[in-house]
Every structure is written in C-alpha cells, then in structure tokens.
Design a protein around this ligand. Sequence first.
Ligand code: FAD
Length: 333
Amino acid sequence: VVDKIAALPPGEPYHSLEFFPPKTSMGFQNLQARLERMARALRPLFVNVTWGAGGSTAAKSLQLAEICQRQLGLTTVLHLTCTNMSQAVLDETLEMAKEIGIRNILALRGDPPRSDDYRNTPCDGTSNGGAGKEFEYAIDLVRHIRERYGAYFCIGVAAYPEGHVEGARPEKQDPLFDLPFLVEKVKAGADFIMTQLFYDADKYLWFEKLLREEPSGVLSELPVVPGLMPIQSYSMLKRITKLSGASLPAGILRRLDDVKGDDEAVKRVGIDIVSEVIEKIKAADLSGPRGFHFYTLNLEKAVSFIIERTDLIPPLDESALEEIEDPVVNGAT
Ligand code: FAD
C-alpha cells in the first residue's frame, strides 16, 4: 500500500474500498460480482477485508481476501484483531495471508469483552498455544508481526479523529489521550494510518494537523487515510455515529432531519454531505497524495456516486485493467 501511494503522480488523489465477508456462499457470489464491477468502474488503489472481533470471521475473511488479492488481482489489506484471539490463530492467519499473496495487514486491537478481569489476561486465556504472549493493545500485534515477519508485511493501524470511544476520561473521548499510543504504534513499525469514520471535516482537518505537528515527527509524513461511510439510512447513521463516537455537525443533522421520513432522499442528501466532506478535505494543503477510505458496507450505489462526483477515479491504466480482466493470465496470482 505505501509503495503504491508513494508511486502516485503528485497531487493525484486515491481511494480504497472496505468489504466484510458475507455469511453464505450465495453472498460471496454476489459480492464477487459486485467487487468486479466496482474495481473496474472505480479503480480503487487498494481494498480492505474486515475481520470479526475474536476471529469470528477468520475463515471467511481469508476467503474474501483471497478472492480480492488472487482472483481479482486487487492489492488487499487484511484486517486482523488481536484481543480475545489465540496466538495460534493469529500466527496461522498470518501464514495463510502470506500464502495467498497478502502483503498488507491492518493491525487492530478489536473490541474486548466488557469484563475488567479480561483486560490483563493473555489472548483468550485458554487457547494461546502455550506461548503466553500478551495481546492487549494493537501495538502488541504490530510488534509481533514485525518480530516474526520483518518487513514482509506493510502494516496499517487505526486512529480516531474525534478520539477513541474508550478514551481515558470517563464519557469524554479525546484524540490527545490517544496520540501518544498512536505514536508508539508507528514507532513499533506501522507504515500507514486509517481513520475511524467521521462527518465533520473541520474536526478531521484539525486532527490531521495534530498528527503532522506531533513533536516526535514520526507522523509528519506517514500516509493517513480518512475513513468515510456513505449514509444509507437515517436510523443506521444515528446508530453508527453513536457507536463510533463520530459527531454530526448541526447543519448536517438539520439537512437529514428535514428528509428523515424518505429513505431515498436521505441517501441523496447523504451523497451530497459526504461529497462535501471530501471536497473540503481535498482543498486543504497536504504535502503527499490525498486518499479516502470508504466503509462500503458491501453496498455499491452511494459510494460509486460519491467517488465519481468527487473525481476520485484515477485515469485509466491499461495494464491494471488487463490484470483485473484476467488476473491469472497476467500473473497477478
Ligand atoms: P489500540 O490502538 O490498542 O487503542 C485502543 C484504545 O486503547 C485507545 O483508546 C488507545 O488510546 C488506548 N491505548 C492504547 N495503548 C494503551 C496503553 N498502553 N495504555 C492505555 N491505553 C492505551 N474492529 C474489528 O473487530 N474488525 C475490523 O475489521 C475493524 N476494522 C477497523 C478499521 C478501522 C479503520 C478502524 C478505525 C477500526 C476498526 N475496527 C475493527 C475497530 C477497532 O478494533 C476498535 O476501535 C478497537 O476498540 C480499537 O482498536 P485499535 O486498534 O485502535 O486499538
């Protein structure tokens, strides 16, 4: 991922698309067809495959990652969480990822069970293969991958423009609380950062400045990819912003409140809103290439409209298109 970002022509924006593994084989077939269409039409720089906390989707995440990386020839970032996971499963997953050609891992903590007892126990406490290695925070996974695989994997980590919901001070998220831990994740070997979703462009730009000016300097040039989720419905938006702690600026909320009884209108206004967030961020100064990450929820329409409208589709690269059309013939496996 970082090599691809570094190779972009100056000023060229890029985007990435995130998918989760479907539950059924029919779901996989449908998603594969959708992915092929989206890859051809939108030309993402890379795609992400999510991981169920505790390894609940392990086999299916690997299956989807293999489809993306091998069959479709897309640069794929596999998400991997480390709490409530045995080290044996983590190591097996990393081995399998390597076998299927994955070079990029988003190293995450995951959400631990809500028990105070849990927080200092190694992995799941029972099936860690006897290794006894502790994975309490994402940094432990970053370190583990670097120790075991050196520079083989390009590693991404998560960041939170409005602070992680579990921030230190009760009921108060605070990006300043998370910042030193983010710096440590990067010092431990992370190569790029992807952010939590947000709808307040000003808050994101403030956060980006905070990272760029952080005194240690390790964040000054690291790729940071802001995360955006198209608005699919009013109730889902309310639920997701509550869970993630993302704020909805009053102006945005008003526009959605005005149409909240009409699902199609919510989607239309949502496309306007997310496109405006992107345009505002694009207009801000940045030394390196500007990227955007889309939490697609495996849906195609809204994200496609937004990417087209904000000119995020890169110019056609004939060789890349050939790979997507015929990855096996073109050696993308
Ligand atoms: P960490 O970096 O470990 O941080 C978690 C919290 O702990 C932060 O508040 C941090 O400030 C604090 N902290 C860190 N180190 C210390 C320390 N030493 N002492 C005290 N506090 C500390 N979840 C999934 O289950 N599957 C996914 O596929 C997935 N994809 C994601 C993709 C993105 C881009 C993002 C932003 C999140 C994703 N998540 C996913 C959610 C993520 O697992 C949760 O947000 C989780 O609660 C935190 O993960 P983290 O990697 O940011 O944790």
